[in-house]
Design a protein. Structure first.
Length: 430
């Protein structure tokens, strides 16, 4: 690669504009570490005149990013639009075909089209780098690809979404409702101001799980329907009860090999207050790998915000500038296998079940009898009456049961006149 390296940035949202400023500020540091001089020769976004955190050079601006390829000689392209398809896919695809290195934080794009784009990058002998797509500033992908390259990894799990972790932490600390804390997260820039759905419903974390699975297990990216739940139904009451039980609620992403089959999931979990994962708070992410011979490895850091994301983007940039042409997923595309998939119905956990009921004789026995019918055994019961309303909250902690048993059992509670709402279910982790 020549000494002068031409860079284009497509997408000037929170991440793109922060990256633009970082590249300008750190030119000398990058040259010192790599011997290469970078120059931004093109930028693109929907709106040239939008008010942004950092001032842009409008002479470099392209309203249509496709025109960049015709007008400029590009060596490295940053894509930070964030769509899984459409213009994001088109720009990355075009760049790779033109033998331009691509760096992106776009987990939606990589989790959906990563296999195809990786193959394209390999064919054209350029890099497709996406460290920033998982866990913000934590170098987890490079750790798996390089630091743990000779280990056999059986499991990767952790807190992969800073927005949801902030919300759950703040609900516990402030004693405020989900809706109030969500507004705080939006004000701080941790959650999308208009539509934070993809963070809250677990999709963001699940896209990251699929990328981690592909890297950790040398698989193609799975497209099987998997268990995915978010935190939208977590009530402040559940946070308080968990605290009384010396537990905390965390949204965990889990990927593991069970009986030589791939299992992937994202859902809220109850974890011990005295565990490592139970003490990862605020916008922090944490990723834990279990492998041989290294055993357990833990990486923790900020997972939300443009600063940590830009840190990973610049790490990818330096890797390219040093002349490292690497397989995007650590091994050649033709060496990555299609994983056999674990049956989600066989996934088993102890369960936390919260029932809101009319405080009448026989209601508790009705619940326990129905659980027993589906071979779900009770470990602990906590009943809290509300005498003013003549209602009660019943908490049941079960022994381990399968996902299929739990689903079939709970479905029959929809029909009960004395159960005031569909039961809340949260799985206990380990």
């Amino acid at each position: 690669m020549k000494n002068y390296v031409n860079i284009a940035i497509v997408g000037l949202g929170q991440i793109g504009i922060y990256l633009y400023n970082e590249l300008k500020l750190k030119k000398k540091a990058i040259e010192k570490k790599t011997g290469k001089r970078i120059q931004i020769v093109a930028i693109s976004a929907k709106n040239r005149n939008k008010k942004r955190k950092f001032k842009i050079d409008k002479k470099l601006f392209f309203s249509n990013p496709n025109l960049i390829f015709k007008s400029k000689k590009i060596d490295i392209l940053f894509e930070s639009i964030g769509h899984s398809d459409g213009i994001s896919k088109k720009i990355v695809e075009t760049a790779l075909k033109k033998k331009i290195h691509v760096i992106t934080p776009n987990k939606a794009l990589i989790s959906k089209h990563g296999d195809y784009l990786a193959k394209l990058a390999e064919k054209n002998k350029v890099n497709l780098e996406f460290e920033a797509s998982v866990a913000g500033g934590i170098p987890i992908l490079r750790t798996i690809k390089e630091g743990l390259a000779t280990n056999t990894i059986k499991k990767v799990y952790g807190i992969l979404n800073g927005t949801t972790n902030y919300i759950l932490t703040e609900m516990e600390n402030s004693n405020e409702s989900f809706d109030k804390v969500l507004k705080k997260a939006q004000q701080h820039g941790y959650a999308e101001p208009i539509n934070p759905k993809l963070d809250l419903n677990g999709f963001d974390a699940f896209a990251k799980v699929r990328i981690l699975s592909a890297l950790a297990f040398n698989n193609r990216i799975s497209n099987q329907k998997c268990l995915m739940e978010g935190i939208e139904n977590i009530d402040l009451k559940d946070i308080k009860i968990a605290k009384q039980l010396n537990l905390r609620i965390k949204l965990l992403g889990i990927s593991e090999i069970i009986n030589n089959r791939l299992f992937e999931t994202v859902h809220p979990c109850l974890v011990g207050q005295d565990t490592y994962i139970g003490n990862v708070s605020g916008v922090m992410n944490a990723v834990i790998t279990e492998g041989k011979p290294v055993g357990e490895s833990i990486l923790q850091g900020e997972g939300a915000g443009p600063g940590p994301t830009s840190s990973s983007l610049l790490s990818d940039l330096l890797s390219i500038l040093r002349g490292n042409i690497k397989y995007p997923f650590g091994v050649a595309s033709n060496k990555r296998k299609v994983a056999k998939v674990f049956n989600n119905d066989d996934y088993s956990n102890s369960l936390y079940l919260r029932f809101e009921v009319n405080d009448k004789q026989g209601v508790l026995s009705t619940i326990t009898n129905r659980l027993a019918k589906f071979k779900i055994s009770v470990k602990r019961i906590i009943q809290t009456p509300d005498k003013k309303r003549n209602t009660a909250t019943i908490i049941i902690i079960t022994h381990k049961t399968s996902e299929k048993n739990a689903r079939n059992c709970l479905s029959i509670f929809k029909k009960s006149k004395n159960i005031l709402k569909f039961p809340t279910l949260i799985r206990l982790y380990n």
